[in-house]
Design a protein around this ligand. Structure first.
Ligand SMILES: [Zn+2]
Length: 233
């Protein structure tokens, strides 16, 4: 058998996947049919993995988040990927359904208005960082967890809101930014809590909520003192 080398890292190939860099080698001439089947396979596997990660983040957020913290990659989609899904859905919502995102008016004159909303990620991260400081996780680790939770629930809020309020024409005003933050803090409890006694979980949630409100108050205070605050609802 003729030896083949990986075109990327020049390792001798022993399998269809390069054991060094993971590149796949297909020992066949391209045909129109395998181009089409490759396209379909790529799209479906991306969707499948994204969908599986989103579901897992809802049912057991700790599992996905700690997996990423511990350095495992490519089984679950990365937080950046899930955030990208969120931005895509938020963008589609703004263009096709409503310029309001989570019940807030987003200025459409920005090139990518949905990017404005992600300022909420560092704010929530600061609040979980203070609430769960005993876990001795660094800011980056907290940031990963918040990015995951914000992206998943932000996406869900937009999709359910569009279905319920624009498609079914019902009137549920619960898909606003306040409730989104509450849901993210609630799921953070399951990510960070070591003790699983129900009263500890509730206590952690309430504490985190208080810390978050304090951070927002301080921020508003600073902006107010710095001169000029225009609160519009
Ligand atoms: Zn290689």
């Amino acid at each position: 058998m003729k030896t083949t080398y990986c075109s990327h890292c020049e390792t001798i190939l022993q399998d269809v996947y390069c054991q060094h860099c993971g590149q796949k080698y297909i020992n066949k001439r391209l045909t129109f049919w395998n181009i089409i089947s490759d396209y379909i396979f790529q799209i479906l596997s991306l969707e499948k993995s994204g969908f599986a990660t989103v579901l897992k983040l809802i049912t057991s957020p700790k599992k996905v988040v700690t997996n990423y913290w511990n350095g495992y990659r490519n089984y679950y989609q990365s937080p950046g990927k899930i955030l990208f899904y969120f931005l895509t859905i938020a963008g589609l919502h703004i263009v096709l359904v409503n310029t309001k995102l989570f019940d807030m008016t987003i200025d459409i004159s920005y090139t990518s208005p949905q990017f404005g909303i992600i300022f909420i990620i560092p704010l929530i991260t600061i609040s979980t960082y203070f609430t769960y400081f005993k876990q001795k996780l660094n800011f980056g680790e907290h940031f990963i967890a918040t990015t995951y939770l914000f992206s998943v629930f932000g996406m869900l809020f937009i999709i359910i809101d569009d279905l319920v309020n624009y498609y079914l024409k019902l009137n549920f005003d619960y898909f606003n930014i306040q409730y989104l933050i509450v849901v993210i803090l609630l799921w953070s409890v399951f990510v960070y809590s070591k003790n699983n006694k129900w009263y500890r979980l509730i206590l952690n949630f309430v504490l985190n909520l208080i810390v978050f409100v304090l951070i927002i108050s301080v921020l508003i205070g600073i902006i107010y003192l710095a001169g000029g605050l225009n609160i519009q609802d």
